[in-house]
Design a binder for this molecule. Sequence first.
Ligand code: AMP
Length: 371
Amino acid sequence: MSTAKKIGVLGGGQLGQMLGLAAIPLGIECVFYDPAPDAPARVAGRHVCAAWNDRAALAAFAESIDAITFEFENVPTESLAFLAGIKPVRPGVRSLELTCDRIKEKEFLRSAGVPVQPFAAIASDADLDIALATVGPHGVLKTRTLGYDGKGQRVVRAAQELAPAWNELGRAPCIYEAFVPFDREVSVVATRALDGTTAVYPVVENLHTSGILFRSIAPARVGDALSHAAMKHARSVLEALGHVGTLALEMFVADNTLVANEIAPRVHNSGHWTIQGARTSQFENHMRAVAGLPLGDAGAPEFAAMVNLIGGVPETAEILAIPGASAQLYGKSPRPGRKVAHINVVAPTRDELLERLARVEALARRANRLA
Ligand code: AMP
């Protein structure tokens, strides 16, 4: 079977940029489709700058490549279906459809045998009481679609707070889910190849600030049984979706049990550490999968961590003065709340990692400007 040499990527953000950089040594050329003239990925391949609903531009883009993937989930479904009629889209439309709606996503997770907390859909006033009866008075109300980095969400602490929270979210179709009093947030990044083989990265623990990922540590400080269960859940999700490419399964750890939060059907911020920390990065494995190539080893020879730079970047020399640290700047103009770069750090022991990480975090806290 011939493998894809030219891959179209929908979205040209930093994820696209890192996919494009990983593709180069594989002899794969990327073409990025993104309406933003200054899309960060334009440095790593040709950039088609056109609207998501521009059929002529979409058709010309699809004709110029062998296979299509995405780094941005909010591509309109009709545009994706249109493209899928011209060239193979990997992962498939199903991966996107089941993960862009939080209700469909939770139902899918449950059917795949991955534990989720009680949840209910809210579309009318009548649903509010039913949702409270199902979920209880302590929950999180989230818009079903288009939420990210904690946007479009309200925490509810008492029954009477649910209706006002729904009004604040513009009475949009929502999911109301039980609040999980978690000890840790973890994720598993994993890739599935075209022939069904999988590569699952070690479990990562994540810390968020103001709803945005601040740092990830790999491997997570959880026991072996929990770690195996988390990796098994990621494999189940890959299989049940028939996914081709990389995805991330985000979960809460509460009372030593796992509760799934959401799936990102693409390379993920909590997998950026794999660039220096794993034998094959999540980006390279994604490109291998989309191209129809065999996957690389997802093992991590050292301890690793990643810290996001949000709204500001320290001097590169300051970052590189920390042993084991490397900088990845996306070339974006800094704005408060905008992810502009990340720092990866690796070390041979956990203690050394935590020591180096403390220095990295201090730098980042000084540079970061949250919205
Ligand atoms: P999400 O957009 O679903 O990833 O949510 C953003 C962040 O809000 C998560 O990473 C958690 O820190 C927090 N969060 C979301 N849902 C819940 C929940 N059901 N219980 C507790 N915390 C939550």
